[in-house]
Design a protein around this ligand. Sequence first.
Ligand SMILES: Nc1ncnc2c1ncn2[C@@H]1O[C@H](COP(=O)(O)OP(=O)(O)O)[C@@H](O)[C@H]1O
Ligand SMILES: [Mg+2]
Length: 250
Amino acid sequence: MRSELRWKLCWENELDIIDHVDPPEFFRKAYGPTGVFNTKLFSGSQSWARRADNVHWQATGFDKGARAAMKSQRPAVLWFTGLSGSGKSTIANALDRLLHARGKHTYILDGDNVRHGLNRDLGFNQSDRVENIRRVAEVAKLMADAGLIVLVSLISPFRGERRMARELMEEGEFIEIFVDTPLEECARRDPKGLYRKAFAGKIANFTGVSSPYEIPESPELQLETVGHDPAALAFEIEQFLERRMEQSDA
Ligand SMILES: Nc1ncnc2c1ncn2[C@@H]1O[C@H](COP(=O)(O)OP(=O)(O)O)[C@@H](O)[C@H]1O
Ligand SMILES: [Mg+2]
């Protein structure tokens, strides 16, 4: 049997291919006189296919190192955490522009934007928040694997969730950036009018108001925003990345 046909049958019947031996007689039996594919026959060890309850990792040709080397950069996941209005998106955007000007390949995963697409089915209860972070972290991991410098901007208020994201990445790849702005200042800025609503009791589980924010214990970078220009803070992160690149070259 031609392998494309075999792939098609496996795909349509949710089966994994487990070997590359052609079993024409087995296949004829599977279809039988009715012409209906009988997946029950595909359970024994003789079979070349089985139900996809055991998903395997498919190795790919090029590794992360090769992809990153092509871009002359070291992949990273820059994880901006902080209260709403602390400045995560503003600083991430400024850094993105800086890195772009230096010829670096980047991508921004902004919590607000991701909730319009990939995570549009998720709300703000505890389990949805964890799933929101898990998905963003997994996407960031894939992008880092593609050799990119990924800028993630997510309140991510709980240490456990940030740890989960960190543990997904390779050693030294996850860079936690605490955008450190006091609650009073965030509420004063209130760029989206959310604090006003939250203080009026109109938003449940609002971080800093009706839900806690757990301050990072040992972030790679801590940026105090009051009295500092976002562009200067972005430059500070860029310097950090430069040093990190030099260390990996040494
Ligand atoms: N040093 C600073 N860094 C970042 N944002 C600042 C700074 N100073 C003032 N801001 C203002 O604070 C607000 C932060 O909003 P935003 O970046 O959307 O926050 P977040 O993404 O954390 O919710 C913006 O209006 C920005 O102009
Ligand atoms: Mg934001």
